[in-house]
Write a protein that binds this ligand. Sequence first.
Ligand SMILES: Cc1cc2nc3c(=O)[nH]c(=O)nc-3n(C[C@H](O)[C@H](O)[C@H](O)COP(=O)(O)OP(=O)(O)OC[C@H]3O[C@@H](n4cnc5c(N)ncnc54)[C@H](O)[C@@H]3O)c2cc1C
Length: 366
Amino acid sequence: MSGMFDHALAKKHIAIIGAGCASLSLAALANELPRAQIHIIESSYPAHADHVWGFWAMDWLDRVRPLVRKSWHKWAIVTEHSHSIMHTAQHPYQAISRHQWLAQCRDQAIKHGVTFHDSLDAARLDAEAEIFDSRPPKVPDGVMLQHFAGFEVRAPAGSFDESTAILMDFRCDQSHGMHFIYCLPFSDRDALVESTMFSPQQAPQPFYEKAIADWLTEVAKITDFDITRREAGVIPLGFFARHDPDLRGVGANAGAIRPSSGYAFGFIQKQIHHALARVKAGKPLAFDPPHRTVDLWMDRVFLSVLRHQPQLAPRVFSLMAARLNGDEFAMFLSGEATMKLRLKVILAMPIWPFLRALFRPEPDAS
Ligand SMILES: Cc1cc2nc3c(=O)[nH]c(=O)nc-3n(C[C@H](O)[C@H](O)[C@H](O)COP(=O)(O)OP(=O)(O)OC[C@H]3O[C@@H](n4cnc5c(N)ncnc54)[C@H](O)[C@@H]3O)c2cc1C
């Protein structure tokens, strides 16, 4: 494999199965792999409907900036008993549209000579070709999931405070597990409002829709709104086997989803950033999970608390919001914490539930 990047003339063929976030984000940077010919294998598998990707601005996300729909330097975490506003100087929370990002990546990929095929056979690859698989990992039943449904709504002017993203508002039905409302106000009239749960069981669609309607009317006091777009998703939280054990992965299929939060977009860009840096350093192309071992260990403990004591979630997140500043919160959730910051997070947590979780066996690790 390493020979491919050493040889001055021959191009190594690299095929990526799937045409989602990871494969197109990589293909857009094909010019940074001048000794490789990249092939994207698009299946007839239904593409995701458009949705918003939220993430915190970090230096490896600079190329995303032109497509950012909105940035928030303030965000809120709200419970029945607390209302924390976190401010950031350097790492605003940002949102982009999936379809816009993928369309831009596809255009750049085509410009850099990436080819698109219906199947591996159609790509007519030689035996030396490298194949990476971006299809989702195998998710066994019973693991923790982040499951959600959202509406983009249009309401009368002045309905939303567009300066502040609401990352979590726990003033909603907590009877089925950890549940919060996520609200990204794009203007004082338009916002994405999602009902999000962390639990092993998805809820029926009306559960999320009622939660959103209740929050809009009873908490945000907005009774007059139109639904302009809908989105929904299920993100597995944990540590999963690859889609095909014989193929190396990229993206979620190479451990890019942060197990404790479900955030993936920023981590996929980080994973690609690291992979390209490795190639520039003369190493083979490979996609590793973009998380540090210590963060994954903390995530296991955290997920165990959320699974077994979901009623603690509002307190856990409000304590974190009270102890960290916005930049620390963004760095921690983006996998960029220092040991000092990790310790600060650990010390902010209620001790007994986390100690118990530390010693609780979790065979599926989630
Ligand atoms: C509605 C929604 C909202 C989200 N919001 C956020 C967010 O705000 N922030 C964030 O960081 N993350 C978010 N995520 C998670 C994130 O979008 C995904 O984890 C991310 O897209 C994973 O990228 P990927 O390239 O690994 O997989 P994908 O983008 O899913 O690409 C996988 C590719 O494989 C193809 N494929 C899938 N299954 C098969 C199959 N069986 N056979 C053949 N081909 C297949 C697909 O068509 C696709 O081309 C959200 C996800 C959803 C669904």
